[in-house]
Design a protein around this ligand. Structure first.
Ligand code: TMP
Length: 208
């Protein structure tokens, strides 16, 4: 079971990935939590470069995020899935489509090709989009200094949100869109209801 979380800045992904992870661990379900970019020695360096280093071209950004993803899949995601663990990932391929594609303007076909090299076609069973107006999301982060992405124009962040919503609309079976302005508890309940259905369905398919 591979579940990813997506969303604009300040949408609450890190809170809810951790909450779901803890919920599953408490139920004795072997689960791994990952975050992109990062999660490996290489990925952690890339995280620093793309967020705080010198300004990069969109294409360089695309390839660095893909390199981080390829390494994370090799070191953590694929081995964990093969061991039967649930993998929760805070951002995945759809972040590249929204940020480098809808946001920076690189062709979505090119990004899909690069993503399929990085992931060898591994797709999440469920993509949870925590949807929030970028103005509200960025306001939640206003206390921190911010990285290159957080300091982008509001138009950039609107393109990202619209990109996410467009992708979710095109593949509603795989995506769950949640209004992230609801309380933390309300969002957690919606996530858990969906994940439980996914588990029940998988269990039925396995036992039949
Ligand atoms: P975060 O650690 O706060 O999620 O920050 C990661 C930043 O990197 C966030 O602004 C989104 C951006 N990003 C991309 O632009 N493309 C990608 O493929 C990924 C994974 C993240």
């Amino acid at each position: 079971m591979f579940i990813t979380f997506e969303g604009c800045e300040g949408s609450g992904k890190s809170t809810h990935t951790k909450a779901l992870y803890q919920h599953l661990i408490q139920m004795n379900i072997p689960t791994v939590l990952a975050h992109e970019p990062g999660g490996t020695a290489l990925g952690d360096k890339i995280d620093q470069w793309v967020k705080h280093g010198e300004k990069l071209s969109p294409e360089t950004e695309l390839l660095l995020f893909a390199a981080s993803r390829a390494q994370l899949l090799t070191e953590l995601v694929r081995p964990s899935l093969e061991e039967g663990k649930v993998v929760i990932c805070d951002r995945y391929s759809e972040s590249t489509l929204s940020y480098q594609g809808y946001g920076r303007g690189i062709s979505l076909n090119i990004i899909n090709s690069v993503n399929s090299i990085a992931t060898e076609g591994l797709r999440p069973n469920l993509i949870i989009l925590l949807d929030i107006d970028p103005v509200e999301g960025l306001a939640r982060k206003s206390g921190s200094e911010g990285d290159h992405f957080e300091r982008e124009t509001i138009a950039f962040h609107h393109r990202i949100r619209n990109g996410y919503l467009e992708m979710a609309k095109a593949d509603p079976k795989r995506w769950l869109v949640i209004d992230a302005t609801q309380s933390r508890e309300e969002v957690a309940v919606i996530i858990w209801q969906k994940v439980r259905i996914l588990f029940d369905t998988a269990e039925k398919e396995f036992s039949s």
